[in-house]
Structure formats: structure tokens, C-alpha cells
Design a protein around this ligand. Sequence first.
Ligand SMILES: *Cc1c(COP(=O)(O)O)cnc(C)c1O
Length: 430
Amino acid sequence: MTASPLALFGGPPAIQTTLPLFNTIGDDDIAAVTDVMKTGVLSAYIGAPGAGFMGGPRVRALEAEAARYFGVKHAIAVNSWTSGLIAAVGAIGIEPGDEIITTPWTMAATATAILHFAGIPVFADIDPDTFNIDPESVRRLITPRTRAIMAVDIFGQSADMSALNAIAKDHGLKIISDTAQAPGAKVGDAYAGTLADIGGYSLNYHKHIHCGEGGILVTNDDRLAERMCLIRNHAEAVVRTDDSQALGNMLGFNFRMGEIEAAIAVGQIGKLAARVASRQAAADRLSTALRALPGLKTPFTPQGLTNVYYVYGMVLEPDALGVSRRRIVEALQAEAVPGLVVGYQNLHLLPMFRNRIAYGTGGFPWTSPYAGQDVRYGPGLCPVAEKLHSETFLGLNLCMNEFRPEDIDQVAAAFAKVWANMDALRTDAD
Ligand SMILES: *Cc1c(COP(=O)(O)O)cnc(C)c1O
């Protein structure tokens, strides 16, 4: 093999250009922001019963457009998707100590949202091919305290909603869908996020579309929608009845989105389809090139789903290659491959869970009389997620850079170069 020397060993890097940062903000967004600025009213919310309770005109326009686009009865704008997740957990009406089964292979806010209402996150393992929560693992973790499943549509494609909905039906559970990374992904004809009791999307800067910071909740349930609107805006000060049956968890927050963010976000929804199509084209082009490389699995999308590729998720076979992931990553980084994601998350291994120190240091909520005593965290709990994290997962962040076709070709060439030099990596003492 007459491959040019790896950049790791002093050769020229395969990628010589700096990829442009992805940017969805245009003159239309600037004009929309200017319009808001001219009104002087940057938020029209009032945390009291009355006309201002549901927010200003841009917030309501965003909600109408999001409900139309995603095909749901209610869309509710919030100031971040973390806020959205917290409102969702409060809205489904859990009691302290109730268990919600979720995945460790996600951003931390998925699990901390459960703790904010003194619920107990229970971590199921993930599917080795899709990286989404494994329904069989969920089934094994159900106890009399289980109230809900918090599914995550990780890296751009839906969790197995038909299996999860079947489990939820069997056991009377609610499902919340964290679709932060998969806006615009499809499950058959439906949008990911709309097949749960509550779902929703992040609008932070790092996601497909954004308004700086923000989030959108979606639901077809009137009662859940009402409860989320209350939690968003100081519920305790707003509800005026003493119907305590229906008013649990109405400890409110200020999760209100401002008019500037809403004015940007409404335009972003119109850009989502093109954005998704460009990520899919980039991913397909990359898969065509990388599929031929031995010891590397390109992303797997189950039948009937579409993937919007927030992260292009691959699995290495270091044993078959005879080279560790660490060494391969060093070689790819030296070739200037941008956006490598080495491992992801194992939330069940975080000190907060292993040491049970979410509130103070006394173990609350796990030590409260309401909580079960058999919830476990720590190594060995989720072997699939642990192995992917420490040894085999390698991703490419497709949402930070533009990745035009010529950029994808450069990335593919860098991988091909490293693979052509695998012998050199194998024999080099590392
Ligand atoms: C980004 C993200 C969140 C949090 O969204 P914010 O809008 O940043 O609060 C939650 N879950 C997942 C899976 C995410 O990727």
C-alpha cells in the first residue's frame, strides 16, 4: 500500500481547509428581531391570571406555527428544552419517589428533569445499533413505583415508540419524548416527538434550528398542555381553585420565552426541512464512502424511520482492527477531521447518581420514605452503553459545521487514509 504518511507521523493532514460554521440566521431573522425591538415590548408575559398569562404575540405565533408544522393540538414555547422537560415531568403528575425509566446515553438534563420533582431516574440500557433506549431493558426495570418512561430520540432518530407505547399501555405509564436532537425526523408519517404523551424540541444554538436558547413542548392532551402552561408561568400564583386533586406539582417556574427568541424561532421552523435534507445528504454521502472500511459500522436506521443526523454515530471494532479507539482518534484528529465525538454519556456513572447527592448531601430523594430502596447506579448497570462509551463509539457532529459535499469528501478521504495506514498504527508502540 503506497498511502501517504499519516499526519500523526509527520505527513500532511488530509484536510487542509477549515469548514465553515453552520449558520441558520439570515436577514429575515435580523428583520424579525428589529421589528420586536421597535415595539419596545421584549416580553408580554404576566405571571397572573388574565390576557398576559399566555405570553405575547410572537410567542403565540410560534406556538401556532409549531403546532401546525408538527401536527399536534398544542405546542408550548419555553425558554429552554431543559425547562420543557421539567414542565413535562411536573405535568404528568408524579409523586416524590416515583420512578421514571430513562436512558443513560443522553444529555444530563433528561435525567435531572426527573429529579426536579423528586422523581427517581432509573437507567435502562440502550440498543447497540441505534443507541436508543432498549425496550426489553425498560420492561425488566418496571416496579410498582414506575410512573413513566422518558425516551430520547438520540442523535437524530426516534426511539422504538411502538414497543415503548406497548409497554406503557401494559403498565399504565406515561411517555415523555426528549426529541431535542431529532426535530423533523419521521416515524412513518408522524414527526418524532409527537408519538408520546408529551414530546418536544430544543432551540439552543447547537441544535438543527435555534433561537439562541429555547424549547417547544408538543402534546395532543388538553389537560397536560394546561398544566405545562401553568408550570411555565408561576402556577402557584395563578390557579385560584382549591381543587387539590388536580393541582399537585403546581410549583411554578419562570420558563417563559421572550418575544425576540420567539420571533427568531418562528422563522427557524420554516428552515427545518431544508436543514434536515442537507444533513441527510451529508450523512448519505459519508456512509457511501465509509461503508467499505472494515471494522467500522456506519449509522443504522430502522425500517420506517428517518434520521436527521444530529450526530453521525458509528461503532468501531477495535479488536478486529487490532488498534484501540484512542489511537484511531489520534490519527483522525491529526488529519484534521472536525467534530469527532469520542464516546458519549453514561449518566448512571455520574457522581450525582453514584453518591446520591442531588439535593444536599443526605441522599434525598433516594433516602426519602417515598422512594424505593432497590434503584441502582454505577458500573455494570448498562453494559451496552458502557462499552460503547469507553471502547467503541465514534461519532461525527454534523450540526456544528456546514459539511458541503466537498467537505464530506475530505472527511471520507481522511478516514480512508487512516484505514490504509492501519498497519502503521498497529505496529507503532502507543
Ligand atoms: C440539548 C439537549 C437537551 C437540553 O436542551 P436545552 O435547550 O439546551 O435546555 C436535552 N436533551 C437532549 C437529548 C439534548 O440534546
